[in-house]
Design a protein around this ligand. Structure first.
Ligand code: ATP
Ligand code: MG
Ligand code: MG
Ligand code: MG
Length: 469
């Protein structure tokens, strides 16, 4: 079996041998874009190179980039544990051409790596192209010999990428692997494309136009290439499993979680173990890159992820803080590729331990309240916004944790009611503050806190990475 670590190496070596500079992953906290919460695609650290703002001593590059999609427009948090192919933290393998090679070579590289180097059966692969991109259609025919019905024209934004409303943009081509008839799901573009049968493994973006105010105004002077392949997804394919959580890395993390909780990792417990393994990676990598749990911004996304995992540990019957004890397994799996994990191991452990110790003080009581509040509810019913707010305010339950907790019984949460309760509390706090004779500067603080802090991050101000890599 080819290990995930070997696949990462093999990808970088392939493109390295083809003249690409091998660039280490950038940190998860974006260094060139304050509007972006976390790096969510391999191209993000190269954004200014694509626009020409920055130049580098190379015109082609390859990387395995740490990505987090757990907030804003790219939020895969709710998929975790429930699809076979989504994580909140994952690695995106990519090759990039900054005005160097274009479509033909990008498709040739992708096809050669997948079918020649790695030996994947050509008949299991399907490509999509943007509906007007005849050039890409013809290249797939010519280079890969794909029959017409396995080059699917897609007219949606899924196959058209833009850096924002202004800047480079262009069509893309997604490569799918067919895991077989026994897995539910249909081919791309079909009504049941969201199943796990046809899995998108690689996205090739052909940057060839420039747009202004969402309208194409001309050709990009030097057409460029940006690709992204999910390492965990290609690992599943190459390891002959149909589920990312059955690959070597995840199996090891899930086994550790099973051993420490003395619980089976299948059946009713499966989703909990998967959430724990996923969130362990995200928490570990975020702390290693300098994010700490907090009540707003990036730190609140981390806190939400940590606490969600902690509720699942509790569900598995863990009586003591668990997550910090899983860190050695994470470091054993991924520390060689990401030495920052090894360096930060003591900090990751201490942070998880402290957060879990604190959260345990209120978790039990909060879950009891939740049980009482939902007694008598039926599938499809909605928990009141006031109760969700009380869980948030008194027991430290992030809103989405409550939602996740109710999901198994198909109960919803009244989001609008929650928001109203939150706004009411802020209003009351402000009124109380005013009545206390506080100075004008304190009031200014309240204004600021309301504007920038205290609330959770809900979206990106810009569209970097929108839709695709
Ligand atoms: P999907 O449609 O499956 O959600 P996507 O089109 O949103 O994927 P891209 O933005 O094109 O994904 O990212 C490039 C590649 O990264 C994808 O082809 C996929 O292999 C991988 N990928 C994307 N999101 C995730 C995720 N949440 N977990 C694991 N791998 C992912
Ligand atoms: Mg997606
Ligand atoms: Mg997609
Ligand atoms: Mg895609």
């Amino acid at each position: 079996m080819t290990s995930t670590n070997d696949i990462r190496r093999s990808f970088l070596d392939y493109f390295g041998s083809a003249g690409h500079s091998i660039v280490p992953s950038a940190p998860l906290v974006p260094q060139n874009d304050p509007t972006l919460m976390f790096v969510n695609a391999g191209m993000v650290p190269f954004k200014n190179v694509f626009t020409g703002l920055e130049s580098r001593p190379y015109s082609t590059a390859t990387s395995s980039q740490k990505c987090v999609r757990a907030g804003g427009k790219h939020n895969d948090l709710d998929n975790v544990g429930y699809t076979a192919r989504h994580h909140t933290f994952f690695e995106m393998l990519g090759n990039f051409s900054f005005g160097d090679y274009f479509k033909e070579q990008a498709i040739t590289h992708a096809w050669t790596l997948l079918t020649k180097e790695w030996g994947l059966p050509a008949e299991k692969l399907t490509a999509t192209v943007y509906h007007t991109d005849d050039q890409a259609f013809d290249l797939w025919k010519k280079i890969a010999g794909l029959p017409d019905h396995r080059i699917i024209r897609i007219a949606t934004k899924d196959n058209f990428w833009a850096m924002g409303s202004d800047g480079p943009c262009g069509p893309c081509s997604e490569i799918f692997y067919d895991h077989g008839e026994h897995i539910p799901g249909g081919p791309p573009g079909s009504p049941d494309e969201d199943g796990d049968r046809f899995v998108e493994i690689w996205n090739l973006v052909f940057m060839q136009f420039v747009q202004e105010a969402d309208t194409i105004v001309g050709d990009l002077p030097r057409p460029s290439i940006d690709t992204g392949m999910g390492l965990e997804r290609i690992a599943a394919v190459m390891q002959g499993v149909t589920d990312n959580y059955d690959t070597d890395t995840f199996k090891a993390l899930i086994a550790a979680s099973g051993a420490l909780t003395h619980t089976p990792t299948t059946g009713d417990n499966q989703a909990s173990h998967r959430v724990i393994a996923d969130h362990l990676r995200t928490s570990g990598f975020l702390v290693a890159d300098g994010v700490l749990p907090a009540n707003d911004g990036r730190g609140y996304v981390l806190r939400r992820i940590m606490r969600r995992a902690m509720r699942h540990a509790h569900l598995l019957g863990a009586k003591e803080p668990l997550m910090h004890r899983l860190v050695p397994a994470l470091v054993a799996e991924m520390g060689a590729a990401y030495p920052e994990l090894v360096r930060a191991q003591p900090l990751i452990e201490a942070t998880l331990r402290q957060e879990e110790t604190r959260f345990r003080q209120t978790l039990d009581k909060g879950l009891k309240l939740l049980d009482e509040a939902t007694a008598g509810m039926n599938a499809g019913d909605v928990l009141s916004g006031e109760t969700a707010f009380k869980l948030y305010d008194t027991y430290g339950f992030p809103y989405d944790l409550t939602e996740d907790a109710l999901r198994a019984q198909s109960f919803g949460v009244d989001r609008a009611g929650f928001d109203t309760a939150m706004a009411e509390q802020k209003r009351a706090a402000r009124a109380a503050w005013k009545g206390s004779g506080a100075k004008a500067s304190d009031e200014l603080w309240f204004d600021l806190a309301e504007e920038v802090g205290a609330t959770e991050f809900t979206g990106y101000a810009s569209d970097v990475g929108e839709g695709v890599v």
